[in-house]
Design a protein around this ligand. Structure first.
Ligand code: PEP
Ligand code: MN
Length: 336
């Protein structure tokens, strides 16, 4: 249920409505916006006495949200959410680019790649310190040592850091170092991890599960938001299909669907979405053309010797071209 307040409603009016919602055994989520202030009420298992809320000072109307996702839906929040990641805006008219290696391999590796992507105009640096690998014998990441390297990248180049929390055990240490906590495709329905991420004061990049419908994807975002964290960035990274010319099938139709249904920003990952470096540039262009709010791209200075995802990692030279071309496409669409 969504309680829409009059523009003239005071802070005290909003607080009183929140208090009443809580007294009724529900959770209240005040959502101030430029157009209106609304208060989401979630957790109702039976019919709520809407008349009691309607009678409060400052209440304009009550909307019963039919979608299973509430906080995530545009019905709840009609504007585009713009998420502030330490001064870098994600969503709205802005395009964001996140670039870096699949895995943090060493200090030197990160510094070389970070210098190149920063020069090309990236806003954030990606790199896994904890890697979810198919084989337990593959490189699992440098763990906290990797996180320390990432914070040195931030200090040196001013790039914000996006890095994955693979489980609830490491989530807090990841949150200590990261600007954006990544939740990977394999964990999209790890509900305890989603809930815990929802209790952090850090933005979360939520990747779509490889066999998840878009509705399941949005429900996963709802788990995070239901714990109070509104800073969720969606990420389309491809799903499993019968197609074998590509690692995954990048579902770009999810972009306009999510933009219409949800206020949350969505970025596209053409690297995991295709698995091949020659497909990264065309699908980056297509992602921006489809209305994505940005890209997350794997870049490596020596892809042939990368410790993970070398075949889909583009070189810094290719990344520079990608930045130029996607900016030009974004400009056509009025994106900054
Ligand atoms: C990654 O970003 O390196 C990664 C493991 O992605 P995904 O969870 O989408 O497979
Ligand atoms: Mn990867």
């Amino acid at each position: 249920m969504l309680v829409v307040m009059y523009k003239t409603a005071t802070e005290d009016d909003v607080a009183a409505v929140c208090k009443l919602i809580e007294e009724m055994g529900l959770n209240s989520h005040p959502m101030p916006g430029a157009i209106r202030t609304a208060i989401g009420a979630t957790g109702n298992k039976s019919r709520v006495d809407a008349d009691r809320i309607m009678a409060q000072s400052g209440v304009k109307e009550i909307i019963h949200v039919t979608k299973p996702y509430k906080l995530v839906s545009r019905e709840f929040y009609p504007e585009d959410s713009v998420i502030d990641v330490g001064g870098v805006p994600v969503g709205g008219p802005n395009l964001v680019t996140i670039a870096g290696p699949c895995a943090v391999e060493s200090y030197d590796q990160c510094m070389i790649i970070a210098e190149a992507v920063a020069k090309a105009g990236a806003h954030m640096f990606r790199g896994g310190a904890y890697k979810p690998r198919t084989s337990p014998y593959s490189f699992q990441g440098l763990r906290e040592e990797g996180l320390k390297i990432l914070s040195q990248v931030r200090d040196k180049f001013g790039l914000k850091i996006v890095t994955e929390a693979v489980d609830t055990e490491v989530l807090e240490v990841v949150a200590d170092y990261a600007d954006v906590i990544q939740i990977g495709a394999r964990n999209m329905q790890n509900f305890s991890l989603l809930r815990k991420a929802g209790r952090q004061d850090k933005a979360v990049l939520l990747k779509r599960g490889m066999s998840a419908t878009v509705e399941e994807f949005l429900m996963a975002a709802e788990y995070i938001m239901s714990e109070g964290n509104r800073k969720v960035i969606l990420c389309e990274r491809g799903v499993r299909t019968f197609a074998d010319h590509t690692r995954n099938t990048l579902d770009l139709s999810a972009v306009p669907f999510c933009k219409r249904t949800s206020h949350l920003p969505i970025v596209v990952d053409p690297s995991h979405g295709t698995g091949r470096k020659d497909k990264v540039l065309p699908l980056s262009r297509a992602g921006i053309a489809a209305g994505a709010d940005g890209l997350i791209v794997e870049v490596h200075h020596d892809p042939a010797n990368a410790m993970s995802d070398g075949p889909q990692s583009i070189t810094p030279e290719m990344f520079e071209k990608l930045m130029g071309e996607t900016a030009a496409i974004g400009a056509v669409l009025g994106r900054k």
